[in-house]
Design a protein. Structure first.
Length: 89
């Protein structure tokens, strides 16, 4: 999130409750706070059951944090094995 915007957010005494509310709405499997390109950042692991969940996750974060988002799809070993079975040889 942009530094200036983040500084204002952190001065708001209700910010921790707002953050908790957004995270409860998204229901991530894991959340990590760090810096990304020199600004405040959050890494979240979220199990997307369908592509429409991207909007459900992105919109509250954009509205609350005025941030940039990247989605990186990943798969477990079982998903990879299932996908490899569908490759025609």
């Amino acid at each position: 999130m942009p530094t200036e915007y983040g500084n204002k957010l952190l001065q708001d005494p209700s910010f921790p409750k707002k953050l908790e509310g957004v995270l409860n709405q998204i229901k991530p499997d894991a959340v990590y706070f760090s810096s990304i390109d020199g600004e405040r950042g959050i890494y979240m692991i979220v199990n997307l059951q369908s592509a429409d969940m991207i909007a459900t996750i992105a919109e509250p974060l954009w509205m609350m944090f005025n941030c940039k988002l990247d989605f990186e799809p990943v798969m477990e070993l079982a998903d990879l094995q299932k996908g490899l079975q569908n490759i025609k040889k």
